[in-house]
Every structure is written in C-alpha cells, then in structure tokens.
Ligand binder design. Structure first.
Ligand SMILES: Nc1nc2c(c(=O)[nH]1)N[C@H]1C(S)=C(S)[C@@H](COP(=O)(O)OP(=O)(O)OC[C@H]3O[C@@H](n4cnc5c(=O)[nH]c(N)nc54)[C@H](O)[C@@H]3O)O[C@H]1N2
Ligand SMILES: Nc1nc2c(c(=O)[nH]1)N[C@H]1C(S)=C(S)[C@@H](COP(=O)(O)OP(=O)(O)OC[C@H]3O[C@@H](n4cnc5c(=O)[nH]c(N)nc54)[C@H](O)[C@@H]3O)O[C@H]1N2
Ligand code: SF4
Ligand SMILES: [Mo]
Length: 908
C-alpha cells in the first residue's frame, strides 16, 4: 500500500509517499518523493529518502517511567496530574512551565498551548523555536504588524535575483536548493548571491559570494539602503503610499554606512564585489532575500531581519511574484507553532497578550459550560529566562516535549545543572535515550513519525497532512493523547474532550476565524492568520486534506500563495514600517585566551541531536565524527594538524573534535557541527561553549558567535572498536571516543594518553580475552577479535595516534561479518589483517544515496570522468537526490587544480 504523508525534517515540508504493508510491521518498505506535493514535486533529499531506515522499534521509548521504573499509563498520568496539581496549589500556575518544539504537529501544539496557558494558567510556555525563528518573527511583526512570511517557493524560481544570506540552503533545505538550481538553468539571467562568513556548498550556485565578517549583516544592508538612496534607486511611490519610518531608517543607515568603502571595511569584503551586489539589488524589482540562522541566531537578530526588510520596502520588492524578504523555517512545523501561539510572548492564533481584546476573546472561546480558562494576563519567560527561573526556584515543574534542551540550549552545562535541580522534570520523547531524558523524573513515550497523525505548516505557509501509518511501539502514545489525558486527570476534561486530531484541528481553525473580520483593522480584531475556510471538516475530509497555503477563508477559499499583494499591511494604519537599525557592538562572550570566533551549524546528513538520523547507517558516513573546521593559519598557530582530535574551550565548557583544516573558513573563525552529544561522543556538545546571550527583542540566543581557544590534545594511541549493537561500550576506558552506528554493529573511535597492556584491557573493558590477536610492539599495533561459537562479538585495532586510519582502510566489510551466524575460516583468517579479500578503500562517503566514497570518485576522475554527469553515469553518485553535486564539483575542480599544478611543475 501507499500513503501520502510529509517528511518530518526540515521546513521545506516535502511530500513523501510511504510504501507499507497496511499498518503491519514496524517499518516501511520504502519512501519516495510525492510528485503531487507542491513543495517538492517528487524530489527528496538524502535525509528524506533514508526515512525508512530510521524506523523500527529498537531504541524506541516504549513505556512510561517514573524515577527509572517502568509504570502503567494510569500510574504515570495520575503522577503527572497530582504532582503538577500540588505544585500549582502551593505555588500557583506560574511555577509550572512547558518547553515545546517545532517538531510537534499543529494539533499537539495547539492542545499543549491551551493546556498550559488556558488551564494550568501559566504563561511560561516556550519552544525550541526561540532558538530558531524568534528573530524572524519579531522582525516581521515590527515591519508588517504580523508574523507573516510574504513569499512562496515559486517566488524563488521566478526571481531575477536571489540573495541567500545566513543560509546553507544546499545542506539544510536541499530540495529548495534543487528547485533553485533548476530555475537557474531555465533562466540563465537569474543571479544568485550568497552571503556567509564561510564557504559552503551553497556557494556552488553563486554568481557572487560575499564572505563577510561574522555579524556584519546590518552594516551590509544599511550600506545597501544608503546606496539605493544615493543612486536614486528607491521606489518613492511605494515608500510614500505604503510605508512609514523611511526617513529615520535611511538616516540611521547613512550615519552608520555612508558609502561603499565603509561598508566594505565593516564587512571585510572587497568594495568592488560589494558594489556589484548593491547594483544588482538596487536595479532589480524581482529580488528575493532568503535568510536563516546566520541572520536569526544573533544578539542583534531582529535588527538584522529589519535591515533586510528595509531594503525590500525601500525598493518596493514585496508582494510581487519573485520578490520579498523570505525567512525560511527550520523545523517541519516551526510555522505551525507560530500559528498556535507556542512562544511565551504569544497567546494563541496570532494573537498576543497585548493584542486589544485578545485575552477576553480567547477566554470566551475556550470556555465550556462548566469550565472557564484562567489565562495569565501577560507574557511568560522566554527559553533562557526560563532556565534562570528554574535556577531561582520559581519554576518547579518543567514538561519538555519533542526537544533535547541539554544539547540545544546555549550554555548547555548550566542548563543541565538547572534541570538537575528542578524538582519535577517530565519529558515526552520517542527515543529511549537522549541527553535530556537522563535527567527526567517522569518519562512519557511518544509516538513518532509514520505513527503520528496531524498537520504541519512549511516555510511557505503550506499546511500538509502527516499521516499515521504504523502502530506506535509498545505503549507509546500520541502527544495530543498524552496531554488530553493529563488534562482530564487534572479536572479539565470538559475543555479537552477531543475524540481525534481532526477535532483539535477544527477548533484551531475556528479560533483563527473567531471574531476575525478582514474589514476591521488589526487593533479591532483582524488577524492575517485565518484558516476558517478549513473549519468544519469531518474525519474523512480532514484525512483527504490536500496541501494548502494560509490564509484560507471566505475571501481565499483555495488558499493564498503570496501576501501583501495589495500592499495592505497588518499595522493599524496599513503601512509597513521601516526600522532605523544600527550594528550593535560585538557581544560579550567569555574572553581570556578564548579569541577565536566560534560558528556553529548543521551538516548535510544529520538532523539536530541525531536521535533519528543516526539510526540510518548510510547517513553516518558523510561526516561520522564531531569536527572542528579551521583555517590553515589558525591551525598552525595552535599547533593542531589536519585529522587530529583537538580541544576547544572557554570558561563555559569544552568540545573535542577532529580537525579539518580548510580555507573555507576565514582566519580567526572556526566552525563546529551542532549535532553530536553525550550519546555519540565525548565532550561534543557545541552549545556547551555558547554563552547565553540573546537578542533583547526576540530572546533568540547568539549561537553563531562564541569565543573559544583551540589547542591540541595529547594522545598516544588511537583505536577502532566494533561492538554488537546491544553490547555495553567501555566509554570510560579512553580519553576521547565517538560512536558511529553501523548496520550490524557500532563502531567506536577511541583515543588515549596512557597505553595500557591491551590483553588486560580487553579483559577488563570488554569482559573477555580475545579469541584471536596479534601484537607488534615495535610499531605499537595491536589487533584482536573475540568470537563466540564462530560469531564475532567484538573486534579491535589499536595504533599510534594519527596512523590508525591508514592502517585500517574501509571497515565496511567487518560490519557485514557481525551479521554472520558463523565466520568461515578464510574470513576468520582475514579478520586480524583487517582487510576484506577484494576490499577496496572507498574513503569517506560523498554520495549517501548510492554510498559512493571520496576515493572511488577520485579514481573515476583520474580515469577521465570530468563532469558531474560523467561521474553519475559511471558511479551513479549525484543521480538520486543531488545533495552531493556541490561536493562532486569541488572534487573534480580540486583534482584538476592538482593536475594543473603538477603539469606546471613538470614544464618548469
Ligand atoms: N541537514 C540538516 N538540515 C536541517 C537541519 C539539520 O539539523 N540538518 N535543521 C533544520 C533547522 S531546525 C534549521 S533552523 C535550519 C537552519 O538552516 P541554516 O540556517 O542554513 O543552518 P546553519 O548551518 O545553522 O547556519 C547557516 C549559515 O549561517 C552562517 N553564518 C554564521 N554567522 C553568520 C553571520 O554573522 N552572518 C551571515 N550572513 N551568516 C552567518 C553559517 O556559516 C552557516 O553557513 O536547517 C534545517 N535543516
Ligand atoms: N549552538 C547551536 N545551538 C543550536 C542551534 C545552532 O545552530 N547552534 N540551532 C538551534 C535550532 S535552530 C534548533 S531548531 C534546535 C534544535 O534542537 P532540539 O529541538 O533540541 O533537537 P532535536 O534533536 O530535534 O530534538 C527533538 C527531540 O524530540 C524527539 N522527538 C522527535 N519527534 C517527536 C515527537 O513527535 N514527539 C515527541 N514527544 N518527541 C519527539 C527526538 O527524539 C529528540 O529527542 O537547536 C538549536 N540550538
Ligand atoms: S528537503 Fe529533505 S529534509 Fe527537508 S523536507 Fe524535503 S526531504 Fe525532508
Ligand atoms: Mo531550527
């Protein structure tokens, strides 16, 4: 059977077709792109196409637990209700907090918001979107009077100029990147500008790349506004009739950045290149500026957003096809969370606490015959303030759903201490283990993707159905069900009397249209978020709901692709606001020796804290260990070498990762991935190094500009240990380790300072002496394997630090050995040699879809494959999702450059 559903990862919101055996089994037969879904038209990226491999019951959370003991749902629900109830009775609703996530479905999110704000009566409900979208939301609200993304994906394709800033689209929104690539090849006149402090794969499509100094975005866009004014490239008519605040905004811009020379100096880029960008922008109406975390995650994030919007308003490039400031969402339902009002400063359905009449309106809407909600009268703590309130003991109970704050919140060690101290921590999650679950008093097993039923809204305001296909494992339950049951146990049953998700969706749709009059003004009740056109659907219609963009109402029954086409904004006077902004001084971060700027972000094949993507072995090969990207000069200065494990530290914490020396980094700046955590490596949580400094308006933390020191670590030996999936790993037996789940076993990379006697080590750490071993004292090599009844139990290779990988080559064939009932004797003999019979070393995986490694690609290039197409024909790499095409191009270019260099040397 086939069911259409939606990918649970990024905000592109691709439609997928799941092949399955009608609700039987614990996994899907496969997934493909949904050709009928407008977001992706059949395309998928590597993460989407590996979805089926992330399923299965192994490693899932299957039963509720209290203090580590498995309990029944009835016991768990009663405990949650009574403990929350007594904290509320003693200290008031405000002693309870909820921390939600853009990975909840809209229905889960709606009911959670209603539960906490409406009935527990606490304003302290925030979400991980605080770390992600908060500045974008605050910027849109300041400019337009509402949190409204004006653009749609088609605008990216019809634009003549696309500016990508603070976005690594090629890796993080790969299907949109593919759409952009296709649009560019259809329209060779289309220009793409990429703005980022580091060279990323996204640059591959760029006609112009501006490698700006981190945090110089406001100077860049203020410079643009000055330039537009100076060159007479303003849309005077639009400014006069549809905006306000222009004069102040321009004055601020001109004061900060009067000319191109100043802008170039501030941004650390070449003036001519900058002028090219300014010229292109100023002379083009059909320009989309797409931005993401390089803009939002900053102590001046909201101002950065408004600096971008100012330029669009000044040029009139908004509300038209192929034009507008486009904040791209990260999580699959970041937008849905904004709709229901999941942030602490929001109330519900695009109404804030201070929106005139909103408190009364929502109270009346949520009132039932015998139950009146007790809404707080003002906003609650944003995420970082919430942590402080826990530290002060004001918040005594925290319910975390679908997020892993011990890894993702800044100053993560401090967060750990706060959560450890919090008297009651409830965590709803779908995996058995993550860093946050380790500190939960009550653990509630949630259903996961392919099991859950509901809706999500993507970056272009498109609402799509995610459909439940598989039964949840064990006792796992849907998030909405868990909240409904807790509400019932607390006596709020009447307000939570939902029989299914369609009833929750219906209520959400009705609230969006409740007293929402488009003829009125925003201060007399009009809200742009209106999906009243989707109210009243029965189960069958809800199940069949086709993707649709909001607003959906009587005026727009088929939805709305683009906003502000009539230039009527959501401010009381209908005008958009330009905001006077200026760059703020560099933020305060720990200093001392910590001089390098630390940039943190994502990699192509992993999703956040890896709880799901690390379950698909083929997603572990592109980057399999935590790493540190560093400019060659900084590496030299710190005496660290490519391939070494090195240490980053500051007063907040430390991070260990494998050094990747690269000129993609600017001098003085480092990049590390956000994904690794205590489950996958020792000291590898990026956020442990990030200070809890945030934007005063949006509360969004500065996650891209830490300050750290880089130093080598001393180690004598390095080891590769392969162990069965269920075996206990000897994590305390090394100074550094990283765990890489493979198909049939798990691989541990380990490193240590003191060299033990390896035979004794095996016995102590692995519980068994080896069955086979060989030791070369001179070269300090040790290899061993343990077999039980012919089956491999573990396998180990040790070498002096820095030499192991060369000795090992590809261990993929060893993974397969773990699947065998009994090893045949030739395999047994080869086991210690560490090489397969025909074992060819393929190198790090570049193409995850077809599992093609870097070394294989190098050989093919050397054999004459001179283009991505030729490589695709020979090796199939790059022919499926296309995510690796930028890397393939780089490999071809690099090999050609080396060849040219060699030729030059010969001819000299
Ligand atoms: N593969 C993958 N895809 C994902 C995710 C994932 O975990 N993995 N997560 C999803 C989520 S939730 C989100 S929010 C999105 C995020 O998507 P992106 O925003 O694209 O992701 P990041 O890698 O965090 O950061 C983007 C870029 O900002 C740059 N940057 C850093 N500082 C500055 C600066 O001062 N100015 C400018 N202009 N740029 C700067 C960084 O170098 C980086 O290349 O991705 C989504 N997609
Ligand atoms: N330094 C630094 N820190 C960052 C960022 C950065 O760029 N740099 N980016 C920030 C951003 S943009 C984001 S979005 C956050 C992401 O950070 P998190 O939200 O903390 O990361 P996830 O790994 O997505 O956590 C989701 C958790 O929910 C569980 N889960 C998945 N589906 C469900 C479900 O349906 N129900 C329930 N109950 N649980 C579920 C998963 O198993 C996992 O444990 O990180 C932020 N932190
Ligand atoms: S681009 Fe990839 S991760 Fe994002 S929704 Fe589409 S398939 Fe999923
Ligand atoms: Mo995000």
């Amino acid at each position: 059977m086939e069911t259409n559903t939606t990918c649970p990862y990024c905000g592109v919101g691709c439609g997928v077709v799941a092949q399955h055996d009608a609700g039987r089994g614990d996994t899907l037969a496969g997934v493909t792109g949904d050709k009928t879904h407008p977001a992706n038209e059949g395309r998928l990226c590597v993460k989407g196409s590996a979805l089926a491999q992330t399923l299965g019951h192994e490693g899932r959370l299957t039963h509720p637990r209290i203090d580590g003991v498995t309990v029944s749902w009835e016991t768990a629900l009663s405990a949650v209700a009574s403990r929350l109830g007594s904290i509320r009775a003693q200290h008031g609703g405000g002693a309870i907090a909820g921390y939600l996530s853009g990975q909840l479905l809209t229905e889960d999110y709606y009911i959670a918001n209603k539960f906490f704000k409406g009935f527990v009566g606490t304003p302290h409900v925030d979400t991980n979107s605080r770390l992600c979208m908060a500045s974008a939301v605050a910027g849109y609200k300041r400019a337009f009077g509402a949190d409204a993304v004006p653009c749609c994906y088609e605008d990216l394709e019809t634009a003549e100029l696309v500016v990508l800033t603070g976005s690594n689209l090629a890796w993080n929104h790969p299907v949109l990147y593919q759409r952009l690539r296709a649009a560019k090849s259809r329209n060779p006149l289309m220009r793409i500008v990429v703005i980022d402090p580091r060279v990323t794969d996204t640059c591959e499509l760029a006609d112009l790349f501006l490698q700006i100094a981190p945090g110089s975005d406001i100077a860049l866009f203020n410079g643009l506004l000055s330039y537009m004014a100076g060159k007479g490239r303003l849309d005077r008519d639009f400014i006069e009739h549809h905006t306000e605040g222009f004069d102040d905004a321009l004055a601020a811009a001109q004061q900060e950045v009067p000319d191109i020379a100043t802008a170039a100096e501030r941004c650390g880029v070449d003036a001519e290149r900058l002028e090219t960008f300014y010229y292109w922008f100023a002379t083009q109406l059909h320009v989309v500026t797409l931005y993401s975390q390089g803009i939002n995650q900053s102590s001046g994030g909201t101002d950065r957003v408004n600096a971008i919007i100012n330029a669009h308003l000044a040029g009139g490039s908004i509300g038209l096809p192929g034009a507008g400031p486009f904040s791209i969402t990260g999580q699959p339902n970041a937008m849905g969370g904004r709709e229901v009002g999941g942030l602490a400063n929001q109330l519900a359905a695009h109404m804030d606490y201070h929106t005139p009449g909103a408190l009364d309106r929502v109270t009346r809407f949520w009132t039932t015959p015998n139950l009146v909600p007790a809404l707080p009268d003002g906003p609650g703590h944003k995420a970082l303030a919430l942590v402080e309130a826990i530290e002060r003991g004001e918040v005594q109970a925290l319910w975390i759903m679908a997020t892993n704050p011990l890894v993702s919140l800044p100053d993560a060690n401090r967060v750990r201490a706060a959560i450890q101290k919090c008297p009651l921590v409830i965590v709803s999650d779908c995996v058995a283990r993550n860093d946050t679950l380790a500190y939960a008093d009550i653990v509630l097993p949630a259903s996961g993707w392919a099991e859950k039923d509901g809706t999500v809204t993507n970056s272009e305001r498109r609402i799509s159905r995610q459909r439940g296909i598989l039964p949840p494992p064990g006792e796992a339950r849907h998030d909405w069900w868990i909240i409904r049951e807790v509400a019932r146990h607390m006596g709020f049953g009447e307000a939570f009397d939902y029989q299914g998700v369609h009833e929750i969706f219906d209520e959400h749709a009705r609230l969006s249209g409740f007293e929402n009059d488009p003829q009125a003004t925003p201060d007399t009740g009009y809200r742009l978020f209106d999906i009243s056109g989707l109210a009243g659907m029965d189960r069958a219609r809800y199940d069949a709901l086709a993707p649709i963009q909001w607003p959906v109402n009587a005026d727009a029954p088929r939805g709305t692709a683009r906003l502000f086409e009539r230039a009527r904004f959501m401010t009381p006077n209908g005008r958009a606001r330009l905001i006077a902004v200026a760059s703020s001084p560099a933020i305060q971060q720990p200093d001392g020796e910590a001089r390098l700027v630390l940039n943190t972000g994502r990699i192509r094949d992993q999703w956040h804290t890896m709880t799901r993507t690390a379950r698909a072995p083929r997603l572990m090969h592109h980057r399999s260990e935590p790493f540190i990207e560093v400019h060659p000069e900084d590496a030299r200065h710190a005496s660290v070498q490519n391939g070494q494990i090195a240490r980053l530290h500051n007063t907040l914490g430390e991070y260990l990762g494998r050094v990747r020396v690269t000129t993609a980094q600017r001098r003085g700046e480092l990049f590390i991935p956000i994904h690794w955590n205590d489950q996958f490596a020792h000291q590898a949580r990026a956020s442990a190094l990030i200070a809890a400094v945030c934007d005063p308006l949006s509360g969004q933390p500065e996650s891209k500009q830490g300050r750290v020191a880089l130093s080598p670590i001393t180690a004598q030996w390095e080891a590769c240990l392969l162990l069965g999936h269920d075996a206990r790993a000897p994590l305390g037996e090394s100074d550094w380790w990283a765990r890489i789940p493979l198909t049939h076993c798990q691989r541990f990379q380990m490193m240590g300072e003191k060299t033990p006697d390896w035979m004794t080590w095996c016995e102590r750490a692995l519980g068994q002496v080896p069955t086979l071993w060989s030791e070369d004292h001179g070269r300090r090599h040790f290899r061993a394997a343990c077999l039980h009844k012919g089956r491999v139990v573990w396998w180990l290779a040790v070498a002096p630090v820095g030499t192991l990988n060369a000795m090992l080559g590809d261990v993929g064939w060893l993974d397969d050995c773990f699947a065998l009932e009994a090893l045949e004797s030739p395999q047994r003999r080869r086991l210690l040699a560490g090489r397969a019979a025909s074992g060819e070393d393929t190198g790090a995986t570049v193409c995850s879809c077809h599992q093609v490694g870097e070394k294989t690609i190098h050989r093919a290039i050397a054999d004459g494959c001179n283009s991505v197409e030729a490589l695709g024909e020979t090796l199939a790499c790059g022919t499926e999702c296309g995510s690796c095409i930028p890397e393939l191009k780089q490999l071809i270019a690099a090999q050609h450059a080396r060849r040219d260099e060699a030729t030059e040397q010969v001819s000299v």
